[in-house]
Design a protein around this ligand. Structure first.
Ligand code: 0WE
Length: 258
C-alpha cells in the first residue's frame, strides 16, 4: 500500500460511489492523502459532497472543464486550501453526446466532435498547465488520467470517444516531455469496461463484458478497485521514474490479436 502521508491531491470526475475517480480517491485517502474534489453539475453535487466528507476533504467545488475561467478559479481555490502546493492530480473525465456512441463514426457532426475532444482531451492539457505552478512549488507532482483501448483500435460504437482518447494518449506523452524537468510525472491507466454511471447508459455493455470474459488472458472483467490500486502505484513515489506511459488494467485483453 503506497504512502501518501502529507500529499495533497485534486480529484476530478467523481459522480457517485461507483465512479473510477472515487475508487482512486479512496486508495489515496487510505494512504493518508488530503484530497480536494470537483464535481460537474448540481445534480451530482450532494453525492460528491457526501463522499468527500467521508474522507475529510477540505474542498469540494464545481468545475466545468470546458471553461478556462472555471479552471483558473478552481486551481486558485486549491492553492489557497493547500498552502500553494499540489502533489497529485486525478483526471477521470470524459463526455461525448450519447448520439455519437451509437451508429457510425462517419456521421459525427463537427460541433459534437469538438465538444467530445474539448471535455475528454483538452481538459487534461488545461488542468496540467494550471497544476504546474502548484506542483512546482512542492518540488514535483504526479498526474493520472483514464484512457481506453478504443483510442488505439476501432472498438464498435466507441467512435468519437476513441478519437478523443487517441488525442488524450498523445497529450500524456507531450505533457510528460514538458513537465519532466519540473519532476512532474503524467501517466494513463487504460481500464477494461467498468460498470459506472457513464457505462450504464451504453447499449451492449453486457456484451462487452462477455467478450472480455471470453477472450482476455485472465478470463474475467475488472472493477474500479483494480483501477484504484494501479492508479495509487502510478501516483505514488514508488513510480518516481515512470512517466508518459499507459498502464493496462484490462485482464490482458489488449495483448490479444483475436
Ligand atoms: O470512456 C468510456 C465512456 C465515456 C462516456 C460515456 C458516456 C455515456 C453517457 C462518454 N460520454 C458518454 N456520454 C453519455 O451520454 N468508456 C471507456 C466506457 C465505454 O463507453 C463505450 C464503450 C466503453 C468501453 C461506448 C461505446 C462502446 C464501448
Amino acid at each position: 500500500m503506497p504512502d501518501f502521508q502529507g500529499k495533497r491531491g485534486l480529484v476530478l470526475g467523481v459522480a457517485n460511489r461507483r465512479s473510477i475517480a472515487w475508487a482512486i480517491a479512496q486508495r489515496l485517502a487510505a494512504g493518508g492523502a488530503e484530497l480536494a474534489f470537483t464535481y460537474q453539475g448540481e445534480r451530482i453535487e450532494k453525492n460528491v459532497r457526501d463522499l468527500a466528507e467521508s474522507v475529510s476533504s477540505p474542498l469540494v467545488t464545481e468545475l466545468d472543464v470546458r471553461s478556462d475561467e472555471e479552471i483558473e478559479r478552481v486551481f486558485r481555490e486549491v492553492g489557497e486550501t493547500f498552502d500553494g502546493g499540489l502533489d497529485l492530480l486525478v483526471h477521470s473525465v470524459a463526455f461525448a453526446d450519447a448520439r455519437d456512441l451509437e451508429g457510425r463514426f462517419t456521421d459525427t457532426p463537427r460541433d459534437r466532435f469538438w465538444m467530445a475532444l474539448d471535455v475528454s482531451a483538452y481538459s487534461l492539457v488545461a488542468c496540467a498547465r494550471a497544476a504546474e505552478p502548484l506542483m512546482e512549488a512542492g518540488g514535483g507532482g504526479s498526474i493520472l488520467t483514464m484512457t481506453y483501448l478504443g483510442g488505439e483500435r476501432a472498438v464498435p460504437h466507441y467512435n468519437v470517444m476513441g478519437v478523443a482518447k487517441a488525442t488524450l494518449d498523445a497529450s500524456v506523452r507531450y505533457l510528460a516531455s514538458d513537465l519532466g524537468k519540473k519532476d512532474i510525472r503524467i501517466n494513463a491507466v487504460s481500464a477494461g469496461p467498468v460498470r459506472t454511471l457513464a457505462a450504464r447508459s451504453i447499449a451492449g455493455f453486457p456484451t462487452m463484458e462477455a467478450i472480455v470474459e471470453e477472450r482476455s488472458p485472465l478470463g474475467r472483467n475488472i472493477d474500479a478497485e483494480d483501477v484504484g490500486a494501479a492508479a495509487a502505484f502510478l501516483l505514488s513515489d514508488d513510480a518516481k521514474n515512470v512517466t508518459g506511459t499507459t498502464f493496462y488494467v484490462d485482464s490482458g485483453y489488449h495483448a490479444m490479436g483475436m
